[in-house]
Design a protein around this ligand. Structure first.
Ligand code: KIV
Ligand code: ZN
Length: 527
């Protein structure tokens, strides 16, 4: 895939692959499909839908996205071995436009400590795997993992060999977030000068944010010739995350006269997409995050407010509506009709099919009975959480808690399983939430280690809805659950049950942890 316009930058979104690799950010297959559809609406060029060889569940979810999401190229990641490549191809092949993304580490550190392979073996393996992938698909991306710490001469050698073998995109990853803007521009300059045939491939950049420079490094690479930027919504990803899509896109758009580069992103979809990914992954967006943070367009100081009243351009380089942020102070209430709700939902950047709207309207009416005024945050939460009920096998059908000061709190919970079981258990605890968590564990038969528990208010007011988020560990894996209600004991209990549902749903999945997903298999295969 090479755009005709030499100044057009391909946006390659890896929220569903590198983003999902961040601890606690795992998504269920229906959640991944929802995010993939939102990414297509956002206008990304390529969706890296997952790592099909990682587990049966990942494979199926990539295949569903390949079959159901139209527009972008659908890409699957593979290590440099036949099994991974065949699995990746099998999962993506039904997409009208599909890509296999191969990676193989090239740096001395990885060669010696991870792969135990010499330079010649790396070169041979890279060529073999690109050739094999090319026998299955036309669109092949090759990534020399840890490129930014690889000897330049060797990097150029591998890149040239990969292009000769059929790679159409060469991605240069700063896997550990180590490089700097100037240094990285020099890497791209070096490759352009020293790789014979470099013009036959699209140069791509993939940055991690360990030193907070992922966006700056990606922009610098674009100035130096990269025409694909790999990024994630809200910058989620391994460790400190990846290059943030909304930041890099808005930098290119806002400073278009400086960069002279364009993307195909519909920027007004940035904010709703960011909210969707944050809700689904449970990864909150920091208030001061550029472009999509709550404070990104807030002006507190008197001098700034005065300037803004005179003209918004005094202190604003982008307009909130450019990124799809259209907050109002209008409130809806129990007398508001379906039409008013539909309009507000639209203004917030969401489009719901009639069937979904009918359900959200029902939930809106129930909430309006409990809460006098419904703010934008309430409406957004109703929309983003549409379809949340019915996730996983367990449902809470009854919850009662008592808390008297000076005595242990108690909880009784009744849960039902999709197989028809209905179980009631009671427990005491240090407060009603702790008691409810213990009762849920007893009823479902799944015990977890609670690592973190957060409650935050979604909107303002005494009757504001509270969002509860729980982070737990079970069998050395991290899980996260969240829920929302005007009653925080209820939202906490439902968030806890969501975690147990996630554990139960992933029980049949053999997905290894990310550390286990290193190139061990490759080194074994080459041994
Ligand atoms: O960071 C990295 O090197 C990667 C590769 C798989 C491209 O994610
Ligand atoms: Zn990465």
């Amino acid at each position: 895939m090479a755009p005709n316009d030499p100044n057009r930058v391909i946006i390659f979104d890896t929220t569903l692959r590198d983003g999902e690799q961040s601890p606690g950010c795992s998504m269920t297959p229906p959640e991944k499909l929802r995010v993939a559809k939102a990414l297509a609406d956002l206008g990304v060029d390529v969706i890296e839908a997952g790592f099909p060889a990682a587990s049966k569940g990942d494979w199926e979810s990539v295949q569903t996205i390949a079959r159901e999401v139209t527009g972008p190229v659908i890409c699957g990641l593979a290590r440099c071995n036949r099994d991974d490549i065949e699995k990746a191809f099998g999962a993506i092949k039904d997409a009208p436009r599909h890509r296999i993304h191969l990676f193989l580490a090239t740096s001395a550190i990885h060669r010696e400590h991870k792969l135990n392979m010499a330079k010649e073996e790396i070169l041979k393996s890279a060529v073999e795997c690109v050739r094999f992938a090319k026998s299955l698909a036309d669109d092949i991306e090759f990534s020399p993992e840890d490129a930014s710490r690889t000897e330049l001469e060797f990097l150029a050698q591998v890149v040239e060999a990969a292009i000769d073998a059929g790679a159409t995109t060469i991605n240069v990853p700063d896997t550990v977030g180590y490089t700097t803007p100037q240094e990285f521009a020099e890497v791209f300059g070096y490759l352009k000068r020293h790789v014979r045939g470099i013009e036959r491939a699209v140069l791509s950049v993939h940055c991690h944010n360990d030193l907070g420079m992922a966006v700056a490094n990606s922009l610098s690479a674009a100035v130096a010739g990269a025409r694909q930027i790999e990024c994630t919504i809200n910058g989620i990803g391994e460790r400190a995350g990846n290059c943030s899509l909304e930041e890099v896109v808005m930098a290119l758009a806002t400073r278009a006269s400086f960069y002279g580069l364009s993307t195909g992103i519909h920027t007004t979809r940035l904010y709703p997409t960011s909210r969707l990914v944050s809700t689904i992954t449970g990864m909150p967006v920091p208030r001061n995050k550029a472009v999509v943070g709550e404070n990104a367009f807030a002006h507190e100081s008197g001098i700034h407010q005065h300037g803004m009243l005179k003209h918004h351009s005094t202190y604003e380089i982008m307009r909130p509506q450019d990124v799809g942020l259209s907050r109002t102070h209008l409130v809806l209430g129990k007398h508001s009709g379906r039409h008013a709700l539909r309009e507000r939902i639209r203004e917030l950047g969401f489009e719901l099919p009639e069937s979904e709207l009918a359900r959200v309207f029902e939930e809106f009416k129930t909430l309006a009975d409990k809460k006098k005024e419904l703010f934008d945050g309430d409406i957004e939460a109703l929309v983003l959480r549409a379809g949340e009920d019915g996730f996983g096998p367990w449902t809470i059908t009854q919850l009662a808690t008592t808390a008297i000061s000076g005595a242990p709190a108690s909880a009784v919970v009744r849960v039902t399983h999709s197989d028809g079981r209905s179980i009631e258990k009671g427990a005491t605890g240090d407060g009603p939430i702790d008691a409810a968590f213990k009762a849920i564990e007893a009823a479902t038969g799944t015990a977890v280690k609670l690592n973190k528990f957060e409650v935050r208010s979604v909107t303002e007011g005494e009757d504001a809805q509270g969002e509860a988020i729980v982070y737990v560990e079970h069998n050395e894996r991290s899980y996260r659950g969240s829920s929302i209600s005007t009653n925080i004991i209820e939202s906490s209990a439902r968030a806890y049950l969501e975690v147990i549902n996630r554990i139960e749903s992933s029980r049949n999945s053999t997905r290894p942890t990310h550390a286990q997903l290193s190139d061990e298999k490759l080194s074994e295969a080459n041994a």
